[in-house]
Design a protein around this ligand. Sequence first.
Ligand SMILES: *Cc1c(COP(=O)(O)O)cnc(C)c1O
Length: 378
Amino acid sequence: MNTSGFNTRAIHASQEPDEQTGAVTVPVHLATTYAQQGVNQHKGFEYSRTGNPTRQALEGSIAALEQVKHGFAFGSGMAAEDAILRMLNPGDNVLLGNDAYGGTFRLLDKIYSRIGVTWTAVDLTDVSQVAAAWTPATKLVWLETPTNPNLNVFDIAAVAAEAHRQGGLCIVDNTFATPYLQQPAALGADLIVHSATKYLGGHSDVVGGLAATDNDELAEHLAFTQNSTGAVISPFDCYLLLRGMKTLGVRMDRHFENATAVVDLLTSHSAVETVLYPGLAGHPGHEVARDQMRNFGGMVSFVPVGGADAAARIVTSTKLFTLAESLGAVESLIEVPAGMTHGSTAGSPLEVDAGLVRLSVGIENVEDLLDDLKHALG
Ligand SMILES: *Cc1c(COP(=O)(O)O)cnc(C)c1O
C-alpha cells in the first residue's frame, strides 16, 4: 500500500512520468486497439473497453486515495452504481439509507425492481434498524454519509460491522465526503462508489463514476461487468479527473473553510429556520462526523422561514450562487432538491422537505459569498 500523505498520493500515485517520453502528466491514450506481438501476446492492453492506459492511471489513483487494491472507472456515478448492483439476482433485497441520492433510489425502484430486486428504506442513524430490517434475501446495505441533501451522518464502522454480522456487504457512496475527508474502507466498508462528477472532478466539466474495493471477488465482478456491459469513461474524461483530483485536498480544505463561514451566517439569520450541517455542535451526527471525517465538508442545507415559497425566491435571488443541479465544484451552487435533484423521491419514504435549500459552497472569496447570501435572504 502507498503510505505517502494524501496530497502526495493524489499527485503521484499511479502517475509516474511516461517511460517513453518523460512526460510528467499521464498522456491521453486515444487508441482503441493495441498491436500484439503474437496471438494474445501484448503489453497489457488489447482493446480500450477492456483496458486503457489513461483509465488505468485513474483507476490506480482512486485505489491509492481510498487505500485499497482495486479501482474502476465508469461513464458516470450511476454507471458505477449499476455495475455494482449487477451482482444482485432476482429476489435479492437491498437496505437503503432513508435519505439516499434520488438517482440511487430511482435505479433500485424503477430499474432493478423489474428483475425482482427489492429495497427497504432504513434509518441508518439507528444501527439496530439494520438488524431489524435484515431478511434472508438481504444482500447489502447501501450507505451514503453525509447524505444528499439532508446531511445526515451515519456511523460507517457500526453499519459495516452489522452488515458483516448478518453475512452481507456494506457499500458506501463517498461522493459528499471524498477520500480526503473520509476513508470508508478503513472503517470496514467493502466497496466504495463515487460520482466523480462532483468533488473529484471539481470543475463542473466532466461526468464520471469511480468504484474502489479491497475485496478481490468484488473487483473481479466489477472488472467483468465493466468489460461486459461497457459503461466505460473516455480517455479524455479520465485525464480531466486525474487533473482535478491532484488538487482535491486543497480544494476540500477551502470548501470547508467557506462552508463554516456560510453556516455562521445562516444560523444567526432571522430568515432561516433550520440549518443542516454536520459541523454544528447540535447536529445529531456531529460526534460521529468528528470521529470519521477529517473536516465537515462544503455542503450545507437549510430551510428558510416561509418554506417552499421562500426557498424558490432565495434560489432565484442569488447572483454568485448559481441555481443548478450538481455539486462539489469550485463555483458555488444553490438548488431546491425536492423539485430538482430529488424529484424522483416524491411520495416515497425518501421524500425531501419542499422548503429545503441545498448549497454547494465553492472556493470563491468568502466575503463575496456571504454578501450574495445576505442579499438573497433579504
Ligand atoms: C451525483 C450523485 C450520484 C450520481 O452520479 P452521476 O455522476 O451524476 O451519475 C450518486 N451519488 C451521489 C451522492 C451524487 O451526488
